[in-house]
Design a protein. Structure first.
Length: 78
């Protein structure tokens, strides 16, 4: 469902929840300001919906585990 709707910003403020639902279902909503296209509300791609994975940055080598920096420390991981 790739339907494009043009909605004035003032009208969009009152209908934001409905417009977000339409975008989630695949529609593209173009927000206009004084008749000029201003912004676009589109559905998220599947990659953007990935779930959080605790410790992913440490596993990928992007971040350092702060608990590993203090040898022999006696505190529990959260």
């Amino acid at each position: 469902m790739t339907v494009t709707r043009h909605v004035n910003l003032r009208e969009a403020k009152a209908q934001l929840s409905r417009l977000a639902d339409a975008a989630h279902q695949g529609a593209t909503v173009v927000l206009t300001k004084r008749g000029v296209p201003w912004a676009r509300l589109v559905p998220l791609e599947a990659d953007a919906l990935t779930r959080r994975v605790p410790g992913r940055l440490v596993q990928e080598g992007i971040a350092i585990d702060p608990y590993a920096l203090v040898p022999g420390a006696r505190f529990a991981r959260p």
